[in-house]
Design a protein around this ligand. Structure first.
Ligand code: HEM
Length: 180
């Protein structure tokens, strides 16, 4: 496990248990207070989704292609904002309190390839946490709807160098998963 992951993994419990959540969101002991029948309520609301999003960023900050975008970024804050953003879209009571998506991402020069790497991790982490294919698709339609606000170039130089390496890593991970 990389050093960054270890440090972040240690703070995961703080983030989830400290109650650092937006007003109106349910706490770990209360019932989800999102829309009846929503994906948000079905899985227990804020604590569940915040944990998954935090875990997603723990992976991304250690990802050889994506990590450089997160240098110096406060991951606790970012994962909380991303969780608010997502929860609001899947029936939660949270109100997204971050900045508009395009001006935040445009200066980063995020490539199409990098976006799809992140989108794949997004889909996988929700599948791994028990969401159905249909629910994952709803989340991915939401994520995908921001592609044009986030992607500003087709390919980055680093993509060309790293692409064959990721393909190998993904194949290896898939094989490991299928053997579990
Ligand atoms: C390759 C893909 C992506 C990368 C590398 C990336 C990277 C980042 C980084 C570094 C920040 C922190 C900016 C700052 O603090 O100044 C950020 C903020 C954020 N991102 Fe992304 N992002 C990606 C895709 C997405 C997607 C797909 C979504 C949503 C569907 C998203 C939603 C957000 C939100 C809500 C914030 C918080 C905005 C704020 O700071 O106020 N990002 N992103």
């Amino acid at each position: 496990m990389g050093e960054a992951v270890k440090i972040l993994a240690e703070t995961l419990e703080d983030v989830v248990s400290n109650g650092d959540r937006p007003a109106g969101a349910n706490g770990p002991m209360s019932r989800p207070d999102g829309k009846p029948g929503s994906i948000y309520n079905k899985y227990g609301g804020w604590p569940f989704f915040q944990r998954i999003i935090f875990e997603l960023y723990v992976e991304l900050v250690d990802h050889p292609e994506i990590s450089y975008h997160f240098v110096g970024v406060d991951i606790d804050r970012l994962s909380r904002l991303q969780a608010e953003f997502l929860c609001q879209a899947i029936g939660g009571p949270e109100k997204y309190q971050g900045r508009p998506i395009a001006p935040v991402h445009n200066p980063m020069g995020i490539s199409q390839f990098q976006f799809s790497v992140v989108a794949k991790r997004f889909a996988q982490i929700f599948k791994d946490n028990g969401l159905t294919n249909e629910e994952v698709k709803i989340i991915m339609d939401f994520v995908g709807s921001y592609q044009s606000s986030i992607v500003t170039r087709k390919m980055a130089f680093i993509d060309r160098i790293m692409k064959p390496f990721y393909e190998m890593v993904y194949r290896f991970r898939r094989t490991l998963r299928s053997k579990k």
